[in-house]
Ligand binder design. Structure first.
Ligand code: SME
Length: 162
Protein backbone atom coordinates (compact mmCIF):
# COMPACT_ATOMS: atom_id res chain seq x y z
CA UNK A 1 0.00 0.00 0.00
CA UNK A 2 1.49 3.39 -0.92
CA UNK A 3 2.01 5.91 1.85
CA UNK A 4 -0.91 8.30 1.45
CA UNK A 5 -0.77 12.06 1.68
CA UNK A 6 -2.81 11.98 4.88
CA UNK A 7 -0.31 9.63 6.50
CA UNK A 8 2.51 11.98 5.60
CA UNK A 9 0.47 14.85 7.09
CA UNK A 10 -0.05 12.82 10.27
CA UNK A 11 3.68 12.18 10.63
CA UNK A 12 4.45 15.82 9.87
CA UNK A 13 2.16 17.06 12.63
CA UNK A 14 3.50 14.53 15.14
CA UNK A 15 7.04 15.63 14.39
CA UNK A 16 6.04 19.28 14.71
CA UNK A 17 4.62 18.58 18.18
CA UNK A 18 7.78 16.72 19.20
CA UNK A 19 9.93 19.62 17.98
CA UNK A 20 7.99 21.99 20.23
CA UNK A 21 8.19 19.66 23.24
CA UNK A 22 11.88 18.66 23.31
CA UNK A 23 14.59 20.85 24.86
CA UNK A 24 17.17 20.61 22.09
CA UNK A 25 18.19 19.28 18.68
CA UNK A 26 19.82 16.11 20.05
CA UNK A 27 16.52 14.97 21.55
CA UNK A 28 14.70 16.01 18.39
CA UNK A 29 17.03 14.01 16.14
CA UNK A 30 16.68 10.91 18.35
CA UNK A 31 12.88 11.14 18.36
CA UNK A 32 12.73 11.90 14.63
CA UNK A 33 14.78 8.91 13.47
CA UNK A 34 12.72 6.63 15.73
CA UNK A 35 9.38 7.93 14.47
CA UNK A 36 10.33 7.93 10.78
CA UNK A 37 11.90 4.47 10.97
CA UNK A 38 9.03 2.90 12.90
CA UNK A 39 6.15 4.51 11.07
CA UNK A 40 7.20 4.99 7.46
CA UNK A 41 7.09 1.63 5.69
CA UNK A 42 9.76 2.41 3.14
CA UNK A 43 12.18 4.27 5.45
CA UNK A 44 14.42 1.31 6.27
CA UNK A 45 17.41 3.27 7.53
CA UNK A 46 17.12 6.79 8.93
CA UNK A 47 20.02 8.75 10.35
CA UNK A 48 21.81 12.04 10.79
CA UNK A 49 25.36 12.80 9.78
CA UNK A 50 26.74 15.97 11.33
CA UNK A 51 29.85 17.93 10.31
CA UNK A 52 32.61 17.48 12.85
CA UNK A 53 33.54 20.88 14.25
CA UNK A 54 36.93 22.09 13.04
CA UNK A 55 37.83 18.81 11.23
CA UNK A 56 40.30 19.34 8.35
CA UNK A 57 39.45 18.03 5.81
CA UNK A 58 35.75 18.43 6.68
CA UNK A 59 34.14 15.20 7.86
CA UNK A 60 30.59 13.97 8.43
CA UNK A 61 30.10 11.86 11.57
CA UNK A 62 27.19 9.51 12.14
CA UNK A 63 24.80 10.73 14.82
CA UNK A 64 21.33 9.51 15.79
CA UNK A 65 20.16 6.67 13.56
CA UNK A 66 17.76 3.73 13.33
CA UNK A 67 18.26 0.69 11.11
CA UNK A 68 21.14 -1.66 10.34
CA UNK A 69 24.62 -0.83 11.61
CA UNK A 70 26.56 0.96 8.89
CA UNK A 71 30.30 0.75 8.21
CA UNK A 72 30.17 4.43 7.21
CA UNK A 73 30.44 6.20 10.53
CA UNK A 74 32.62 9.02 9.12
CA UNK A 75 32.31 10.29 5.54
CA UNK A 76 34.55 12.93 3.91
CA UNK A 77 32.73 15.54 1.84
CA UNK A 78 34.14 14.21 -1.43
CA UNK A 79 32.61 10.76 -0.92
CA UNK A 80 29.17 9.21 -1.17
CA UNK A 81 25.71 10.60 -1.70
CA UNK A 82 26.16 12.02 1.79
CA UNK A 83 29.26 13.97 0.82
CA UNK A 84 27.52 15.25 -2.33
CA UNK A 85 24.54 16.62 -0.38
CA UNK A 86 26.69 18.27 2.29
CA UNK A 87 29.19 19.82 -0.12
CA UNK A 88 26.53 21.15 -2.53
CA UNK A 89 23.97 22.18 0.10
CA UNK A 90 21.33 20.49 -2.08
CA UNK A 91 18.94 17.63 -1.48
CA UNK A 92 20.11 14.53 -3.36
CA UNK A 93 17.55 11.87 -4.36
CA UNK A 94 18.80 8.64 -5.93
CA UNK A 95 16.07 6.35 -7.29
CA UNK A 96 18.44 3.46 -8.05
CA UNK A 97 21.62 3.45 -5.99
CA UNK A 98 23.16 0.70 -8.15
CA UNK A 99 23.38 3.23 -10.99
CA UNK A 100 25.04 6.02 -8.99
CA UNK A 101 28.84 5.74 -8.85
CA UNK A 102 28.95 8.03 -5.79
CA UNK A 103 26.96 5.59 -3.67
CA UNK A 104 28.60 4.09 -0.57
CA UNK A 105 26.78 0.88 0.37
CA UNK A 106 25.37 0.60 3.87
CA UNK A 107 23.06 -2.39 3.29
CA UNK A 108 22.86 -4.69 0.27
CA UNK A 109 19.09 -4.31 0.44
CA UNK A 110 19.13 -0.55 -0.16
CA UNK A 111 17.62 0.46 -3.50
CA UNK A 112 16.99 4.19 -3.16
CA UNK A 113 18.19 7.04 -0.96
CA UNK A 114 17.53 10.67 -0.07
CA UNK A 115 19.95 13.00 1.69
CA UNK A 116 18.81 16.45 2.84
CA UNK A 117 21.23 19.04 4.27
CA UNK A 118 20.55 20.64 7.65
CA UNK A 119 21.29 24.38 7.72
CA UNK A 120 22.04 26.71 10.63
CA UNK A 121 21.99 30.40 9.68
CA UNK A 122 22.44 29.42 6.03
CA UNK A 123 25.41 27.09 6.57
CA UNK A 124 25.34 23.30 6.21
CA UNK A 125 25.95 21.67 9.61
CA UNK A 126 24.83 18.14 8.77
CA UNK A 127 22.20 16.15 6.97
CA UNK A 128 19.32 13.73 7.26
CA UNK A 129 19.83 10.50 5.30
CA UNK A 130 17.05 7.99 4.55
CA UNK A 131 17.60 4.66 2.75
CA UNK A 132 14.87 2.44 1.34
CA UNK A 133 14.69 -1.19 0.33
CA UNK A 134 12.29 0.00 -2.39
CA UNK A 135 13.41 1.59 -5.67
CA UNK A 136 12.38 5.23 -6.21
CA UNK A 137 10.79 5.47 -2.75
CA UNK A 138 11.34 9.21 -2.37
CA UNK A 139 8.62 10.84 -4.43
CA UNK A 140 8.15 14.63 -4.19
CA UNK A 141 5.78 14.18 -1.19
CA UNK A 142 8.49 12.26 0.64
CA UNK A 143 11.13 14.81 -0.34
CA UNK A 144 8.92 17.49 1.22
CA UNK A 145 8.57 15.49 4.43
CA UNK A 146 12.30 14.77 4.79
CA UNK A 147 13.13 18.40 3.98
CA UNK A 148 10.61 19.57 6.55
CA UNK A 149 12.24 17.30 9.17
CA UNK A 150 15.75 18.53 8.36
CA UNK A 151 14.42 22.11 8.55
CA UNK A 152 13.01 21.55 12.03
CA UNK A 153 16.41 20.35 13.24
CA UNK A 154 18.13 23.41 11.77
CA UNK A 155 15.60 25.70 13.48
CA UNK A 156 16.02 23.91 16.79
CA UNK A 157 19.81 24.27 16.56
CA UNK A 158 19.39 27.96 15.78
CA UNK A 159 17.00 28.44 18.70
CA UNK A 160 18.85 26.45 21.35
CA UNK A 161 22.44 26.20 20.11
CA UNK A 162 22.48 22.48 21.05
N1 SME B 1 24.78 5.64 1.23
C1 SME B 1 25.47 6.73 1.85
C2 SME B 1 26.32 6.28 3.00
C3 SME B 1 25.61 6.23 4.29
S1 SME B 1 24.78 4.77 4.54
O1 SME B 1 23.76 4.67 3.49
C4 SME B 1 23.97 4.77 5.97
C5 SME B 1 26.30 7.47 0.81
O2 SME B 1 26.39 7.02 -0.32
O3 SME B 1 26.86 8.51 1.14
Amino acid sequence: MPTTGSRIEEIRSEITEIAQAVPGAQELMQAMVKLLHERMLKYNWVGFYMLEPDARPPMLALGAFRGATTPHTRIPLNQGICGAAASSGQTVVVDDVSKDPRYLACSLETKSEIVVPVFVHGKVVGELDVDSHFAAAFTPEHQDLVQYCAGLVGKKLEATGK
